[in-house]
Design a protein around this ligand. Sequence first.
Ligand SMILES: Nc1nc2c(c(=O)[nH]1)N[C@H]1C(S)=C(S)[C@@H](COP(=O)(O)OP(=O)(O)OC[C@H]3O[C@@H](n4cnc5c(=O)[nH]c(N)nc54)[C@H](O)[C@@H]3O)O[C@H]1N2
Ligand SMILES: Nc1nc2c(c(=O)[nH]1)N[C@H]1C(S)=C(S)[C@@H](COP(=O)(O)OP(=O)(O)OC[C@H]3O[C@@H](n4cnc5c(=O)[nH]c(N)nc54)[C@H](O)[C@@H]3O)O[C@H]1N2
Ligand code: SF4
Ligand SMILES: [Mo]
Length: 766
Amino acid sequence: MTDLASPPSSSSPSSPSSSGSGDEWHQTACILCSINCGIEVKLDGRRFARIRGDKTHPTSEGYTCEKALRLDHYQSSTDRLTSPMRRRDDGTFEAIDWDTAIAEIAERFRAVADAHGGESIFYYGGGGQGNHLGGGYSSATRAALGSRYASNALAQEKTGEFWVDGQLFGKPQCHTTGDYEHAEVAVFLGKNPWQSHGFPRARPIIKAIANDPDRCLIVIDPRRTESADLADIHLQVKPGTDAWCLTALLAILVEEDLVDHAFLDDHANRFEELAGLLGGVDIARSADICGVDEDLLRTTARRMAAARSMSIFEDLGIQQAPHSTLNSWLEKLIWLVTGNFGKAGAMNLHTAFAQLFGRSTATPPTPVGGHRILAGLVPSAVIPDEILTDHPDRFRAMLIESSNPAHSLPDSKRWREALRALELVVVIDVAMTETAREADYVLPASTQFEKWECTFFTLEFPANAFQLRRPLLPATPGTLPEPEIHTRLVRALGALSDDDLAPLREAAAAGRAEFADAFLNAMLTQPHLSKLAPVVLYETLGQTLPEGAAAAAAVWGLCQIVAMTYPASVQQAGHADGNALFDAVMANPQGVVFTLDDFGATWDRMETPDKRINLVVDDLVAELQGLATEDPTARHAEFPFVLSAGERRSSTANTAYRDPSWRKKDPSGALRIHPDDAAGIGATDGCVVRITTEAGSAEVPVEVTDTMHLGHVSLPNGFGLDYPDADGTRVRHGVAPNEPTSVDNRDWFAGTPLHKNVRARLEVVA
Ligand SMILES: Nc1nc2c(c(=O)[nH]1)N[C@H]1C(S)=C(S)[C@@H](COP(=O)(O)OP(=O)(O)OC[C@H]3O[C@@H](n4cnc5c(=O)[nH]c(N)nc54)[C@H](O)[C@@H]3O)O[C@H]1N2
Ligand SMILES: Nc1nc2c(c(=O)[nH]1)N[C@H]1C(S)=C(S)[C@@H](COP(=O)(O)OP(=O)(O)OC[C@H]3O[C@@H](n4cnc5c(=O)[nH]c(N)nc54)[C@H](O)[C@@H]3O)O[C@H]1N2
Ligand code: SF4
Ligand SMILES: [Mo]
């Protein structure tokens, strides 16, 4: 093995069309949120000189928000890693070469696996908002290690929702998507799409709904957000009371007989039982608890029921808030009982280019605490407890890739302790992050614009699109793309030999059809190779792909799976088979529609035995009934405020941008507070307050704004990173949102942290 800083020639970007100047526009995508709008970039050397939306992109169609235009702050960050780093005993780091790093990491992981079993090695991450190819390759490394448990950011927002999907539609991967562009009524529940997007071209689409008198925009949010400002109906619930708001809406639909009986008769089971449960809801009390006038709730329910079509987007405001999993069930019931499933403008079951989470419905629980694992992902809030214990089955080592858990998961302090307690922590990232600083080894990845990349957030219906992105620039010296890193790790672990690969290499040289036969045969007959499939593809087919696209080999494998899983939809999108789809992906750098559906496809995709919806989620019935006696509104004496820790603003993009100078506004990430609350503590706009929670405290300037609900304060996400200033001193900008959160504040069922509902108190700092 060589000590090359850059990958072998086959995987280095071929047409770094790039390194120069140029008048040429290069097609790629924004990597700052799950929408991954197509963009075009003009380069000036290695800098991004100009950025614009790509009009030929199949879903974003030229749209971008303001954040994409500053991507040079990601690409040209001074915080980039340019060499593998090894921790010294005194906690400082030294640069080492790649060969040493890979050999030592493999040896030390092997030692952990030998002593405690491969399942004691935990994998976290595998993709941020726009980089997923590395995560795809990690499955090979995990298989080589015998690692079994994994998680990522989805396990602190969406796993409860996925589980509910499984209960209603048969399997957790029965994931629904809304059609906001055509919906007569669009509802945003704990979601602020003006800032956070969540579906393509969000701003023009919500403006169009707001401007059309025949359509209706409904926002359910304690804050008068930018989206709520446009809404026809804003249900300004008290923070943490959505379960009461949603049960009231459902109870009104049943009481006033506004449900779609024909739809329910044809497609759903157990409606009578559900109606019985909802019949017991005290609507007036529920309205009172959520703080929304009963008349307004009735008007809202009637508008929903009258609509030809309705789509609802639930997001962090209910998922990271009390009754998280229950909220997801109630949200889906609203569009189900009104018959908004399997038709235009409504909710549908979409295809996926790659599965983002496990398919299994019955995973054994976590080894130490026995916590429920949903969608194959360990709940993020319980991970530290699976480490900081003397239990023999505790996690002993971690491989962390493109994620920053010491910053993004609840209770950063406990996370730092947990990482230090592990025998080995390896981080693959582009920057020396808060998590990397706790690692034993840090491996520097090439950026998302220096390698072949793609995103697996393919959530659209009826046309679903996928984009494989070419490198715009050659890799920064010293860095490697993740597919190469995983291949080297798998090789160093001794999991794959040239003898294994020889027949497949021969087949690849003979042609694509020969390769397809040989590969499928190898996958069926050689289980040890099938577990390493991405790396096997990279080492065989990958070496024959044009333009140095070795990393795209795994995409070829996915194209075969997509074509087998959704043959009719792939053909309807114009691709005869998996090979044709792969050719289209390679030939269209702006992205391709890979599946095109009829609305009936939603029913084909149902996974219940009778293809009917199960309306009653048995595990959540007691929680639903308990709402009748629970009162969440009493202000806590010691912590009278509810903190929403981690709001999306135009000045936030998770932690993709470490360089704070990308922000034009809100440089310190102000705490938002209602004017009456500010007056109550003697705070004025811009003054600094100390915010204290059960877990910690921080100082932050306030922004006094009547968009906030009384008693509710909010801090942005993505702040609190430190970054070198002009003379190299690391300076922290703003409050890290998880210094004040706790691992114990979580949903009883899914373990989702309740980041939007942290009790807090405030004092003005003199
Ligand atoms: N600009 C920007 N966009 C992003 C991101 C980013 O960092 N910056 N991150 C991306 C990611 S990873 C995600 S997951 C999405 C998240 O997207 P969103 O879920 O839209 O983001 P948030 O602002 O965290 O939360 C949404 C809303 O929940 C409201 N909320 C708080 N408490 C409650 C409550 O009790 N009930 C209700 N109904 N609402 C409540 C907040 O006021 C807020 O308006 O955004 C994505 N897009
Ligand atoms: N309190 C609070 N906490 C939250 C939230 C909240 O609302 N409140 N939101 C949560 C949500 S919804 C999410 S999605 C998470 C997000 O939190 P994380 O999963 O930690 O993800 P990101 O902030 O997107 O960080 C991505 C990491 O990838 C690195 N990176 C960038 N490009 C590459 C690359 O090409 N290769 C590699 N290997 N690494 C790369 C970046 O440097 C960064 O360290 O935060 C969560 N944390
Ligand atoms: S941040 Fe999201 S919505 Fe904005 S340009 Fe990037 S991908 Fe598109
Ligand atoms: Mo997220």
